[in-house]
Design a protein around this ligand. Structure first.
Ligand code: ADP
Ligand code: ASP
Ligand code: MG
Length: 440
């Protein structure tokens, strides 16, 4: 007999938003006994205008720590969990947990601690409902004192703990440092926890269950019913999620890619649909020119002009130094002969504007610095793009026909992406134009 299969299944917020969703999750798990390790998010939205528990927790903590009235929000959070307990007739009670949590809020335990309780409490309920062991991520997902994630220690702690547990629920999104302080990943980070667990147990597959039937060619809130992507590679996933496709957290790819564990994105509400499979390579016959289109708004472009910049040895080094000394990582750096442009997120720029300008003046003595504060970046990703002629012509014609003014072009050196900078107001128009011209 072959080795028993192990699947790690991560369920997102809307997949666990209420008791009905909990039942769907149980059914999915019962259908395949290989689904042994489950990573839940906090309860998400039950309808379009509902509020995620994580957002309620941030609000509640902010109010409590400012000495404002917070009990109304706390009660709302408590009732989200109590409804699940009552409807599923669970025997657990979260009363003590809520008492402890309230005390911790009043003692200013920090917003990360507050946010993490969404996954923690949902994990307790899900473990009870499934009859799986509950493993608190604070004990196994490790951060240093400054909140930097420690991947190798986490892998050691997680695998050491899970090796002897047949079936477990490990809540997503958070971990702790050695002093016991809670830290979280960035928003959407339960995807990362799922990938870490998959690596730690050497899973055969990492299933990511959500509310769409796979990775779609573009954001369904911008294009109506975009086509689904059947298969894609880790590098295409990395490009698309980094560039703004929020269905999977951009950091989730690393732990599974290094072990060659495939990711399968599936829909909790339509479990019979095939979803999207992400692996190291795909068959040449499955390659399509365009894998997907993603984008993000609110960037700035800082243009530095200096005559004969191209002939100055070390100019780029000093430019990079100006950003490095302000601890800024940037997105793109398109250049001409006497100008070079650095693109970075607008919030980062606004926070460090004066310091960056001072560094640029001191290190580069430029002729002129100009800043465009209105830029959105739209990226088309596709491994097959390099082998099909005429794509670039269709790309630019589509934007021209839609009257979208292109402010910047960056063709990735790996030839699997092409990014354009456009005005924020043209963001959705550009995505729609590119989708219909290249992918529909
Ligand atoms: P979960 O709570 O399950 O983690 P998320 O809300 O984080 O789910 O991600 C799923 C959502 O991502 C979808 O409902 C969809 O609105 C959005 N989304 C954005 N871009 C894409 C895309 N390219 N393909 C699929 N979904 C996308
Ligand atoms: N609950 C967290 C969030 O809303 C993490 C997650 O859902 O993955 O961001
Ligand atoms: Mg998510």
């Amino acid at each position: 007999m072959g080795k028993e299969q192990t699947i790690v299944a991560k369920f997102g917020g809307s997949s666990l938003a209420d008791a009905g969703q909990f039942r769907k999750v149980k059914e999915i798990l019962c259908q395949n006994p290989a689904r042994r390790y489950v990573v839940p998010s906090a309860p998400g939205k039950r309808s379009r205008d509902d509020v995620k528990v994580t957002d309620l927790l941030y609000t509640c903590y902010e109010k409590a720590s400012r000495g404002e009235e917070y009990r109304t929000v706390l009660k709302k959070i408590q009732s989200r969990y109590q409804e699940i307990i009552d409807e599923l007739k669970l025997s657990v009670s979260l009363d003590d947990e809520f008492e402890m949590m309230e005390q911790a809020f009043l003692n200013r335990a920090g917003e990360k601690y507050a946010a993490s309780r969404g996954e923690y409490l949902n994990g307790i309920l899900l473990a009870d409902f499934l009859g799986y062991e509950f493993v608190d991520s604070a004990e196994v997902v490790r951060f240093d004192r400054n909140g930097n994630f420690e991947s190798e220690r986490t892998n050691f702690f997680l695998s050491d703990r899970l090796i002897n547990i047949e079936r477990a629920v490990i809540p997503g999104f958070y971990g702790a440092d050695d002093a016991g302080n809670i830290h979280t990943f960035s928003r959407g980070g339960s995807d990362v926890t799922g990938a870490l667990v998959a690596r730690a147990v050497c899973a055969d597959l990492y299933e990511n269950w959500t509310d769409v039937s796979g990775f779609l060619l573009t954001d369904p809130s911008i294009v109506d019913h975009p086509k689904k992507i059947d298969t894609m590679t880790y590098s295409e996933l990395r490009e698309l999620s980094y560039r703004g496709a929020t269905v999977l957290h951009e950091e989730a790819v690393f732990p599974v890619r290094r072990e060659g564990i495939s990711i399968h994105i599936r829909n909790t509400n339509r479990p019979t649909e095939k979803g999207t499979l992400i692996c190291s390579s795909i068959a040449p016959e499955d390659e399509v020119p365009i894998t997907g289109i993603a984008g993000k708004q609110n960037f700035v472009a800082i243009s530095i002009a200096k005559n004969r910049m191209n002939a100055q040895v070390g100019f780029c080094k000093r430019l990079l130094e100006a950003f490095e000394e302000n601890h800024i990582a940037f997105e793109h750096m398109p250049s001409g002969i006497d100008t070079i442009c650095v693109i970075l997120p607008r919030d980062v720029y606004l926070e460090k504007k004066e310091a960056v300008m001072a560094s640029l003046e001191r290190l580069l003595a430029p002729d002129k610095i100009s800043v465009d504060e209105d830029m959105a970046l739209v990226t088309v990703v596709g491994k097959g793009m390099r082998s099909v002629s005429g794509i670039a012509a269709r790309f630019f014609t589509a934007l021209g026909n839609a009257s979208v003014n292109i402010k910047m072009i960056d063709m990735g050196s790996n030839e699997i992406n092409c990014t354009v900078g456009v005005s924020n107001k043209d963001f959705e128009t550009a995505i729609r134009a590119l989708y219909y011209a290249l992918a529909a």
